[in-house]
Ligand binder design. Structure first.
Ligand SMILES: [Zn+2]
Length: 132
């Protein structure tokens, strides 16, 4: 079986991935204007400020949109298909793309409440959503 891809942290994303390994969800926040943003960047997308910080994010949200993947994009995902790829609106005011796991794809619905869990993948944990 081919292994699923593992996230490769860079200087901007390393704090996020390190927190995932501790099973904590954090989000970048701007000290100048208070904007929170995902994914992590070098500057604030709202005010272009560079005074960015990290804040703990509540690991709960709801489904904004989703699709059911029936045909695996690579051999690594063949055993997982069909699976759900979703946009999750986190309670902290930002949006992330992830899988919804531990439920049947046909049970997923728009606005469905979810919580974040962390999937171990080759030494790196990554956030996934599961129904509340
Ligand atoms: Zn800002």
């Amino acid at each position: 079986m081919t292994a699923k891809p593992i996230p490769v942290p860079n200087a901007d994303t390393k704090p996020f991935w390190d927190a995932c390994n501790e099973e904590r969800l954090i989000v970048q926040s701007c000290r100048s204007c208070g904007h929170v943003q995902f994914y992590p960047r070098v500057l604030c997308v709202k005010c272009e400020g560079r005074d960015l910080d990290w804040a703990d994010a509540e690991p709960v949200g709801e489904v904004h949109s989703f699709t059911i993947v029936h045909r695996a994009p690579t051999p690594a995902f063949k055993e997982t298909a069909p699976y759900v790829l979703a946009l999750i609106d986190l309670n902290g005011g930002f949006r992330m793309m992830m899988n919804i796991v531990d439920c049947k794809p046909e049970e997923v619905a728009i606005d469905m409440p979810v919580r974040i869990i962390f999937e171990e993948r080759g030494g790196q944990r990554l956030p996934q959503a599961t129904p509340v």
